[in-house]
Design a protein around this ligand. Structure first.
Ligand SMILES: CC(C)(COP(=O)(O)OP(=O)(O)OC[C@H]1O[C@@H](n2cnc3c(N)ncnc32)[C@H](O)[C@@H]1OP(=O)(O)O)[C@@H](O)C(=O)NCCC(=O)NCCS
Length: 425
């Protein structure tokens, strides 16, 4: 098996750095079983078997040489191939991940130091149960609970604007941090459902709270908060700002067709916030220990098509991909930090579905007791799900200063990201 660095177009015509997996010998190409790894945009790791080349009296394995995603299989099942012939394109995830192995005495040390000063969460008052939904839709409480672990969700009313939800969570986070609004230097808001295109939700929240600082929004749907936290920590640790208010907020129920049982049962509304502070590096060594971010441009398993009022989702395919992506990106962030699953005190994944979380936790090698599952009463709150789960973990006494926590998110398109943090003030 050998690899050649190549640049080529992917399925959408976007140019990617790709590597070719080539035939180790001449023979007949047999791909791995359908539904395993031969689907485009599938996640692979080093050693993942893509197929075999069968020669006279021998069978040579064709395997990925790196972690990333499979852009395209290039050989047909049963095709006669020659030695060195390209069989698959793989886009390596490692290509964009800076590698750093933590030195002693704190074995795991932050590459981006920061302090986590406060957390706050807020959900709307209106609680919609599965039985409530079953009155309007062809569904049942037992179907939803069994498939998702969701019992109820909170739904925004007319006064629960995105700004209002975000401002409530932010007030709580600032009170938890014992900080006044005028001590905030920057507001970063992750949302896919802003009240308006402009000004940003960050600007609206700043005005609502009396914060005399700028800010910006970013949108990566369910991955948004983890990207926003990553960005905030990077800005705080390079000295650009001292105190950043990071908010994840969404009213995803506004994006679902209430008559579509495939999606209407899955989502809820809410907001969560974290206050990040700069540090020159403390004895506690808090901040980012490792990270991984990635995404797959195709196929689109969850999207709001341009001009469409509601989101469309391929539920079973998303389930399969989300499970793999959560585990793979979590492993990626651990590898960057030189850590292993046993180093993680608490895994806080995106709260889409209890079954996805449990299957991904098993793949990742983190047992139930170290996983936060916060989906039963909230459903999937998109960008708010990770900070709301952080707030729950803190309230339960599971999130303590010094803890090593892994945040992982996966969402629309399909994007994924993980941050390994040492938590603490
Ligand atoms: C959506 C999801 C719960 C469906 O569960 P599933 O185990 O894959 O469902 P199954 O394949 O067993 O069953 C699908 C059937 O249930 C039906 N179904 C879908 N939603 C239903 C509901 N709310 N109530 C009853 N039946 C429902 C479908 O129409 C389908 O019927 P069919 O087989 O007659 O076509 C699951 O695929 C999932 O969680 N996907 C990920 C969704 C997600 O998390 N999205 C956001 C990610 S950020």
């Amino acid at each position: 098996m050998s690899a050649v660095v190549e640049a080529g177009p992917d399925g959408d015509g976007i140019r990617l750095d790709v590597r070719m997996v080539v035939a180790p010998c001449a023979g007949i190409f047999r791909p791995a079983p359908a539904g395993d790894v031969t689907t485009e945009a599938e996640l692979v790791v080093a050693g993942t078997v893509l197929g075999w080349v069968e020669g006279p009296g021998m069978q040579a394995e064709v395997a990925s040489f790196c972690r990333g995603f499979l852009v395209r299989m290039l050989a047909q099942p049963g095709e006669r191939v020659r030695a060195g012939q390209p069989l698959a394109w793989v886009h390596p995830a490692d290509a964009v991940v800076p590698r750093a192995v933590a030195p002693d005495p704190l074995r795991l040390r932050p590459t981006l130091p920061a302090r986590f000063l406060g957390i706050g969460g807020h959900v709307p008052d209106r609680r919609l149960t599965n039985d409530d939904l079953a009155q309007e839709l062809d569904t049942t409480d037992s179907w939803i609970v069994e498939r998702t672990g969701i019992h109820a969700r909170r739904v925004a009313g007319p006064t629960d604007t995105t700004t209002e939800l975000a401002a409530c969570a932010a007030r709580r986070a600032l009170a938890d941090a014992d900080l006044d609004a005028d001590q905030v230097d920057l507001v970063v808001v992750a949302t896919a459902t802003p009240d308006s295109a402009c000004p940003s939700t960050a600007s609206r929240v700043a005005a609502a709270l009396g914060i005399q600082a700028g800010g910006f929004d970013l949108n990566a749907a369910c991955c948004g908060f983890v990207h926003a936290l990553h960005t905030a920590i990077a800005l705080a640790s390079d000295g650009s700002v001292s105190t950043v208010l990071v908010i994840g907020v969404d009213r995803f129920t506004t994006l679902v067709d209430p008559a579509d049982r495939n999606t209407a049962v899955l989502f809820g509304d809410g907001a969560g916030a974290v206050v990040v502070g700069s540090t020159t590096g403390t004895p506690g060594g808090c901040g980012i220990l490792g990270s991984e971010l990635g995404g797959s441009p195709a196929p689109r398993v969850l999207e709001v098509p341009p001009g469409a009022p509601h989101l469309r989702m391929d539920g079973p395919e998303l389930y399969r991909r989300a499970t793999r992506a959560l585990a793979a990106s979590g492993r990626g962030a651990l590898e960057v930090a030189g850590a292993s699953p046993s180093d993680v005190d608490l895994w806080i994944p995106h709260q889409a579905n209890a079954r996805i979380i449990s299957a991904a936790a098993e793949r990742l090698g983190i047992e139930e007791g170290r996983v936060v599952v916060d989906v039963a009463e909230r459903a999937n709150t998109s960008a708010a799900s990770v900070p709301l789960a952080l707030a729950s973990a803190r309230a339960d006494g599971r999130l303590v200063d010094g803890a090593i926590i892994l945040l992982s998110a996966v969402g629309a398109g399909l994007d994924w990201t993980s941050l390994l943090l040492r938590w603490g003030r």
